[in-house]
Structures are given as structure tokens and as C-alpha cells.
Design a protein around this ligand. Structure first.
Ligand code: ADP
Ligand code: MG
Length: 251
């Protein structure tokens, strides 16, 4: 899977992608996601692997959708395409009517940096940096002053209940706390969409429940929430379940 921080370092930010991003808003609130006939194929020698096989679906702004399916069915591939970490082989991805499929890399990174908050199973925090520094990272592209970036990161850590752990490094935090830092980092740039790929996969069930509560609270505040999971007890908490099987949406 792509490491989005590697891509952070590769991309320049120029606000050429039309963004509904205003500093005084709590989050960016509109994001209808329309996927039309998406395919993603990988060539492995002579073989062609169809990771996504003509996927069409729509996710409305403000929905909480669970994407489920067995391991290898294409869930992460789909999430990475929705999040602009990857591109489809064919088909279109419309976000608020804007087609992401053919935009330049720079526009795709603008979209990713300003519209999407990612949460991963393995937290993906920078081990040498404090909680506060980790949450400040995505704001490097925001043109905010360092003082304001710090204040925003502090605010996000408060929001996830870690206002008293600002200077802790990931190794000094529990798994549940690390995932909270990752959620704070996902919130920092005021995203319209949170994409969480197996967010409770490395946590015990009590910690997993806490993380799901936090994500659902954010959804109640208006953020579109997409949780990728193979855990049916999580999927059933969603407004709607999209089931993926062999790269296809199962009906
Ligand atoms: P899931 O998240 O549902 O477990 P993935 O989306 O990660 O599934 O993978 C879907 C299929 O695509 C799998 O068969 C996987 O092996 C394959 N796949 C994913 N990424 C790559 C890649 N970079 N190169 C080749 N095959 C890949
Ligand atoms: Mg996966």
C-alpha cells in the first residue's frame, strides 16, 4: 500500500484544485463521492489481476458507510482510489462533481491534503516525533503559520482526549492512544471525508469500541465516514454497507 507521507514529500501544493476549504469552518462539509465503472488491474507477468472489476457506487455527503469483504477482495484498493492515493485503470471518480480520474498529480495531492483524513490499521505515525508534531505534519501544506499549526494540532488532540499527551512519542503511548493521535492528524486539515482502513484491526475490542465511538462522533458532526472492515460488528454500526467480493460490489 502507498505510504501517504512519502507522497506528501513528493508533492508541491498549489491550490489549483477547486477547494471548499475555509479556515473558519470546522470541517469541509460537502463531498458526494460518485464512482463509475471503476477498474484497477495489476499485471503480474502474463497474468492480469482484477483488483477492482467495474465498481459503480455513490456515497452521499455525511454518510457513514462501511466497506466490507474478505481479505484480498479490493477494499483497500477502492479506499486508496477514493482517497486519491491511487488512480483507477479505467472509470471515473467524481468528488462533488469534479473528476479526479484525469487530474494532474499535483491536483490529486491537493485534493488528498485538503479533503481526506486517513486512518490506517497500523497508525502510520512518525516514531521520532511527538504527538503534537505528528498532528502538525499535514498542515505543512496549509500555509498556516507555525503558531497556528501548533494551535490547530493541540485543538485536534484535545478533541480526541489527548490534550495531556502532546509531548509523548508513539512508543510512549498505548495502541488506542496512537490511533487517537492518528485520528487527530486526520482531522487537522479539516477534511470532508475520513477514510479509515481497518482502524480497529490492531486494537483489543474495548479500545476498538472507543475508536469507533470517536469516528462516529465525527460523522455526527458532518464528516463523511468510510470505514473499511472485515469485522461485521463494526460494519453493522454504519448507515450502509457496501460489500466487495472479488473486486465487484456484491448486490
Ligand atoms: P483488501 O484490502 O480487500 O484485503 P486489496 O485491495 O489490498 O484487498 O487487494 C485486492 C487485490 O489486489 C489482492 O488480490 C491483492 O493481492 C492485489 N493487489 C493489491 N495491490 C497490489 C499491487 N500493488 N500489485 C499487485 N497486486 C496488488
Ligand atoms: Mg486491505
Amino acid at each position: 500500500m502507498c505510504n501517504f507521507f512519502d507522497r506528501f514529500h513528493l508533492c508541491e501544493v498549489r491550490l489549483s484544485f477547486k477547494l471548499k476549504h475555509k479556515g473558519n469552518k470546522k470541517y469541509n462539509m460537502t463531498a458526494v463521492i460518485e464512482l463509475h465503472d471503476l477498474t484497477k488491474t495489476y499485471k503480474l507477468g502474463d497474468e492480469v489481476l482484477h483488483a477492482l472489476d467495474h465498481v459503480t457506487c455513490t456515497i452521499q455527503a455525511g454518510e457513514f458507510v462501511a466497506i466490507t469483504g474478505p481479505s484480498g477482495s479490493g477494499k483497500s484498493t477502492l479506499a486508496n482510489i477514493i482517497g486519491g492515493l491511487d488512480r483507477p485503470t479505467s472509470g471515473t471518480v467524481l468528488i462533488d462533481g469534479q473528476d479526479l480520474s484525469h487530474v494532474r498529480d499535483r491536483q490529486l495531492s491537493d485534493y488528498r491534503n485538503h479533503h481526506i483524513g486517513f486512518v490506517f490499521q497500523s497508525f502510520n505515525l512518525q516514531g521520532t516525533q511527538t504527538a503534537l508534531e505528528n498532528v502538525m505534519l499535514p498542515l505543512v501544506f496549509s500555509r498556516m503559520k507555525s503558531k497556528d499549526r501548533k494551535a490547530r494540532a493541540h485543538e485536534c488532540l484535545e478533541a480526541v482526549g489527548l490534550g495531556d499527551r502532546l509531548k509523548h512519542r508513539p512508543s510512549q503511548l498505548s495502541g488506542g492512544q496512537r490511533q487517537r493521535v492518528a485520528i487527530a492528524r486526520a482531522l487537522a486539515a479539516k477534511p470532508s471525508i475520513i477514510l479509515a482502513d481497518e482502524p480497529t484491526g490492531n486494537l483489543d475490542s474495548a479500545r476498538g469500541d472507543e475508536i469507533m465511538k470517536l469516528l462516529k462522533d465525527l460523522n455526527k458532526q458532518g464528516i463523511t465516514l468510510i470505514v473499511i472492515t472485515h469485522d461485521m460488528s463494526i460494519a453493522k454500526q454504519a448507515d450502509r454497507v457496501i460489500q466487495i467480493k472479488d473486486g465487484k460490489v456484491a448486490h
